[in-house]
Design a protein around this ligand. Structure first.
Ligand code: 5AD
Ligand code: SF4
Length: 458
């Protein structure tokens, strides 16, 4: 029923033009996205919902009637940034009282009450399962603050079509939520239980992305490889996606190490379109810490998985997530993490200080024992070690010819273009008229720990 209401709205809005007061008609919305790729994908979904309801995209805060911050709650720092930005935007509201200011996404769910009670200029708080109701909620927010942060274990937004940002990669959300409940992580509480989008709808979205000109898709999910719609598992789904004409590269993120079946590894090896890059979060190199984190694998099993992946997928590039300073992490645990990273030699890593998240098991039951200064030292140490390893690995690419999908102009360096290799390495090379969203072969001539530098070869 709800869906039908939304589906009818564009016709009503179009028929009315600027006339009768329908929910969106002509109002301009600006969404700022924080956090992970799932949020980027959700922003595109919200733009789809709002466009159907007659809203238009604003080019920035200045020409917007509604500003929405699509937020992340994974670490305290992420939430602090949003609170800072909201306070900045509240000044804008003083000169333009009609401006509707909203918060969506994970932080909206995590801190709903606090946001509405402590930040009186916030008009709208909308959780990750309530995006269908956005037009309605924005309408309500004109009077009193509007709130909807209910989690809905069935919501998968399956028939809604996102309005994709320009770029060279189409994000396709294939599953939502998480059932793993790692003890440090807020995600299961703010995004709810795991649910998979039916394969038919995933395929429809991939075909649509291909017809819009995208050559690369990234399948998204909190534990993407636990995908199962009842008939199709992740390996089957990858095969189906690989069959879509026009798509040249398939990526996925983030898999959980415990959900990597031999069947899946076989599929990754068989399908040429699937990129040889896997982000495989390990979090810690200490079995004791992994157990307290409830990660469900040991370092032994993780290392075995890496061995199987590397032997099945020659040239595989790997990245990971690391948390330092988890409660109870002793020097010896931290040293195990450093040693594991040296042993695996990831191409790159995202490294974080543990941040206690209210509501999680670790927050409730395991005291945050590692002093902040020690966390900072450990973070510096893992970053320094990883930077050096990444530099060594990247320098070994010098001389290779890599196929690069061109993303656009490089931020630094005039006349330079930037793109990604199959192994997800950033490659910079002279632009020389090369078009965005095309593939070029680039001979690598130099490398830093973050970037490969080269020249196109025809
Ligand atoms: N503190 C620090 N890092 C965290 N992550 C998740 N929760 C926390 C937390 N409370 C990290 C994990 C995860 C990545 C997305 O964010 O490494 O894989
Ligand atoms: Fe968080 Fe663990 Fe789920 Fe990843 S698998 S989203 S870290 S609870």
């Amino acid at each position: 029923m709800q869906l039908l209401d939304i589906e009818r709205q564009p016709d009503v809005a179009a028929a009315n033009g600027a006339g009768l007061p329908v929910s969106g008609a002509g109002r301009r919305i600006f969404i700022e996205t924080y956090g992970c790729q799932m949020n980027v994908s959700d922003t595109e979904l919200m733009m789809g919902v709002l466009k159907k309801a007659g809203f238009r995209r604003a080019s920035g805060v200045d020409d917007a009637d509604v500003v929405l911050l699509n937020t992340c709650a994974i670490r305290e720092r992420a939430e602090e940034r949003v609170v800072g930005r909201l306070s900045q935007l509240s000044r804008e509201k003083r000169t333009r009282p009609d401006l509707v200011l909203g918060v969506s996404g994970c932080m909206a769910k995590h801190l709903a009450e606090e946001l509405l009670n402590q930040l009186p200029y916030v008009d709208l708080v909308v959780g990750p399962d309530s995006y269908r109701r956005l037009p309605e909620l924005i309408g309500e927010a004109a009077g009193n603050p509007a709130l909807d942060v209910r989690l809905d274990r069935h919501e998968d937004y399956l028939e809604l079509d996102p309005v994709r940002q320009e770029g060279t990669n189409a994000w396709i959300t294939i599953m939502r939520g998480c059932d793993k409940f790692c003890t440090f992580c807020i995600v299961p509480y703010v995004r709810g239980r795991e649910r998979s989008v039916p394969a038919g709808d995933v395929l429809r979205q991939v075909r649509m992305a291909a017809s819009e000109g995208f050559r690369e898709v990234t399948l998204l999910g909190q534990t993407v490889n636990s995908y199962n719609d009842g008939e199709t598992d992740f390996a089957d789904l990858l095969k189906m996606v690989a069959g879509v004409e026009g798509i040249r590269r398939i990526r996925f993120t983030s898999p959980h190490p415990s959900d990597f079946s031999d069947k899946l590894i076989g599929t990754l090896a068989e399908e040429d379109k699937i990129c040889r890059f896997i982000h495989l979060p390990v979090q810690s190199g200490s079995d004791r810490v992994l157990k307290d984190m409830k990660r469900t694998y040991t370092t032994g099993r993780y290392l075995d998985l890496v061995d199987r992946l590397r032997s099945a997928l020659p040239g595989l590039c790997l990245s990971t997530d690391i948390i330092v300073g988890f409660p109870g992490e002793a020097d010896v645990d931290f040293e195990s993490t450093m040693a594991l990273m040296r042993r695996i030699r990831y191409d790159s890593a995202f490294m974080f200080k543990y941040s206690p998240r209210k509501g999680t098991v670790a927050y409730r039951e395991i005291p945050d024992t590692v002093p902040e200064a020690e966390k900072a030292l450990r973070l510096q140490a893992v970053i320094a070690q990883q930077t050096s390893i990444s530099g060594e690995i990247n320098r070994r690419c010098v001389g290779q010819l890599l196929e690069v999908l061109v993303e656009g102009d490089a931020r630094r360096g005039k006349g330079q273009a930037v793109g990604k290799s199959d192994g997800f390495k950033t490659v910079v090379f002279p632009r020389n008229g090369v078009r965005i969203n095309t593939f070029v072969d680039v001979r690598i001539t130099d490398a830093t720990s973050h970037t490969l530098i080269g020249r196109p070869e025809h």
